[in-house]
Design a protein around this ligand. Structure first.
Ligand code: IVH
Length: 676
């Protein structure tokens, strides 16, 4: 029976509201209201209805956050109101000077500031028309920026629709897009695995991410946003809010994430206390702040004071000094990464920086060492860029010991002893021995990583042992491992060994895109692997493709295509592919049947029994899902039962099913099957 369109429309609206509320609770309030499974279920239903009835898609639907096809460049847009930057003060004395200046212009005004944290990210200007997000732009030079609406839409804490009953025709919101330190670290780890240059700090990483031409990559990067300025053009700002404090509250009501760490200060002393407090507190935050922004609270006074050529007169950034400290380089060691890159690392006399002890700092490559003119024994200044990666900023040559030696990049790999190579025009020195243990360790860890073959329990320590004991000499060897062999490793019980071998076996089911990513071809990250696997549906097609064939794929550049082509020209790599094929890995895309049809057939002819209490679903809901996918649900277990869906406190049905050897499923398994 055909469902009336009005009902479908209503259901779509209802789903959107539910998804929006759940996502607001999760991303803005940081207080989830439903489980991930339920969220996924609602989201998927919405997505399916929108696929089936594209005429129902609206720009503010929560499904519009996943990114779109890459663009070739961004369009420049003029800001309706310029984005000013802030004058800096580096201590409370400088702040006092700033305060005296505005007090001379408005001597009878009481002192009242809102102190906010200065988030170290990238400023964004958002435009809402009739409550719907229509434009997002970078700061640019303050007068004009780049239109990056597609990227902005992927930021979950930015509402696609304002939470206002009667939204004004136009609303402008400004704030800071940023990356949490955890995500920043993750991105850098990934880049290091791909052999790409690291971002020096979360600010650069956020700015770089916002300017990504492929919004699908942005969607994966989990940017976040704190709103701090509200403008409603055409209305006197004071109609809306009288103070900056009220503006922040309004932003919060409209659905934005507003930083909770802020304070109304009525004197220089109070500002000083707040500034001192956050100098240490900020190091405990999950994102980076580099100061306190002090803003005059009264919007009327802000208006009266206005702007200089460059800055508002009513706000100032009270910044913290960068965390730097002198220490001595005791030695330089060399690390070998998965792609063979040799990275020199300074071993330092331990020094306190930003609440942690720093004893090592990356020196990046030999060009950087030459630029620093670094000698072993030098006193250097180290900085924790982004409070994360310690870096040597400069050398103090006047403190150099008389006989100090320059560091020389080794001519042989410190791990395997084979000669290293440095290609002309590249800063990178690399080991090219395919059986170098460092490269092998790195390849195995990468192969097992979450976005690749996702092998649970295959951590660094275990990999180290497997390689040291020659249990595994290539990724393909993993598929020959036996539980007895694995159990011979230190601290490895029989149970864990069996589990690991089973997890490795499971990985054979991972799709071709993940296998391709797992191969660890230079410059082929998980997104590129996905794109390539869609265009080249089998490993043969990809390995026979010429560099121009590969770079003809949308989103794939020449550097990537050359790297892929070269990889397949190496005989050892061809052999690896053959062994993976023999082991049963997926080297071709599975043919996708048209959606909907495939869903209906998934459980066709299968009989289910449900028993016990499921974690989130009611039995009727589970039954509806199974039947929707073509399955049948019966009341009792028999030899005709294919699956038993088991919840808590299951009784005799479970026992019987176990006796009959019937496949048992949990709620999560069922959802996974339906999803896959
Ligand atoms: S107010 C005219 N508030 O700092 C007022 N800015 O150095 C302009 N920033 O470009 C900005 N946190 O990107 C303001 N709570 C905050 C901020 C903040 C970070 C950034 C912003 C601005 C830069 C100025």
């Amino acid at each position: 029976m055909q469902q009336p369109m009005s009902e479908i429309h209503q259901r779509v609206q209802q789903l959107r509201e539910q998804v929006r509320k759940a996502s607001y609770a999760y991303y803005v309030l940081d207080a989830p209201v439903i489980s991930d499974e339920v969220y996924d279920r609602l989201y998927r239903e919405l997505q399916e209805l929108e696929t089936k009835y594209p005429e129902l898609i609206s720009p503010d639907s929560p499904t519009q956050r996943v990114g779109e096809k890459p663009v070739s460049q961004f369009v420049s847009v003029r800001h309706n109101i310029p984005l000013y930057s802030l004058e800096n003060a580096f201590n409370i004395e400088e702040f006092a000077t700033w305060q005296e200046r505005w007090l001379r212009m408005a001597p009878s005004e009481p002192v009242a500031y809102v102190c906010e944290l200065k988030i170290d990210g990238s400023a964004l200007a958002l435009t809402y028309e009739n409550g719907i997000l229509v434009r997002g732009a970078t700061r640019g030079d303050g007068i004009a920026g780049e239109e990056i609406t597609q990227n902005v839409k992927t930021i979950r804490s930015i509402p696609l629709r304002l939470n206002l009953e009667n939204p004004p025709p136009s609303v402008e919101v400004r704030g800071e897009a940023f990356l949490s330190l955890a995500v920043f670290e993750q991105i850098n780890q990934e880049r290091s695995r791909e052999g790409e240059a690291l971002f020096a700090n979360p600010r650069n990483a956020a700015a770089g991410t916002l300017r990504q031409l492929d919004s699908r990559i942005v969607a994966k990067r989990r940017l976040d946003f704190f709103a701090y300025t509200l403008h409603i053009p055409g209305r006197d700002d004071t109609d809306v809010a009288r103070t900056q404090g009220e503006s922040l509250e309004m932003l919060q009501e409209m659905g934005f994430r507003v930083n909770p760490n802020r304070k109304l200060c009525r004197s220089l002393e109070e500002v000083g206390e707040y500034y001192d407090l956050w100098n240490t507190e900020r190091l405990k935050l999950p994102y980076m702040t580099d100061g306190v922004v002090v803003k005059i609270n009264s919007l009327a006074l802000q208006e009266r004071l206005g702007f200089t050529q460059k800055f508002p007169r009513w706000a100032v950034a009270l910044k913290y000094p960068a965390e730097e400290a002198p220490t001595r380089v005791e030695a330089v060691t060399v690390q070998v990464g998965r792609t063979g890159t040799l990275t020199p690392v300074a071993e330092l006399l331990p020094v306190q920086l930003a609440l942690t002890t720093v004893s090592r700092a990356t020196l990046h490559n030999s060009d950087r060492i030459a630029e620093l003119d670094l000698h072993i024994g030098d006193t250097v200044i180290v900085r924790k860029a982004g409070e994360i990666i310690p870096e040597v900023v400069r050398v103090l040559p006047e403190l150099r010991p008389a006989n100090a030696q320059r560091f020389q990049m080794p001519a042989h790999c410190p791990e395997c002893g084979e000669p290293v190579v440095r290609e002309a025009g590249e800063a990178r020195t690399a080991c090219v021995n395919a059986s170098c243990p460092a490269i092998l360790r790195g390849s195995l860890i990468h192969w097992a990583s979450r976005d690749a073959l996702d092998i649970n329990g295959m951590g660094e320590k275990l990999v180290q042992q497997m390689v040291d004991r020659h249990l595994v000499n290539s990724v393909a060897d993993l598929y020959d491992l036996t539980a007895a062999g694995v159990a011979s490793l230190e601290r490895m019980g029989k149970k864990s060994a069996e589990k690991l071998v089973a997890a490795i076996g499971e990985s054979k089911k991972q799709p071709w895109a993940r296998v391709l990513y797992g191969l660890g071809i230079r410059h082929v990250g998980s997104v590129n692997a996905k794109i390539l696997s869609e265009r080249f549906s089998t490993v043969e097609l990809l390995s026979e493709a010429s560099p121009p064939d590969i770079s003809a794929v949308y989103g794939i550049g020449e550097e990537i295509s050359l790297s892929v082509w070269q990889w397949f020209r190496v005989p050892a790599n061809q052999m690896l592919i053959e062994r993976l094929r023999a082991a049963g890995l997926q080297l071709a895309a599975t043919v996708e049947e048209p959606r909907g049809k495939e869903k209906k057939l998934l459980f066709a002819g299968k009989t289910f029994v449900i028993t016990g209490t499921l974690p989130t679903m009611k039995r009727d809901e589970a039954k509806a899902l199974i039947e929707g996918a073509g399955g049948k649900v019966t009341g009792s277990v028999s030899s005709k039962t294919d699956y038993l869906l088991v919840g808590e406190d299951a009784g005799s049905k479970l026992k019987k099913a176990e006796e009959l050897g019937i496949t048992l499923l949990g709620e999560a398994d069922l959802l996974k099957m339906l999803e896959g």
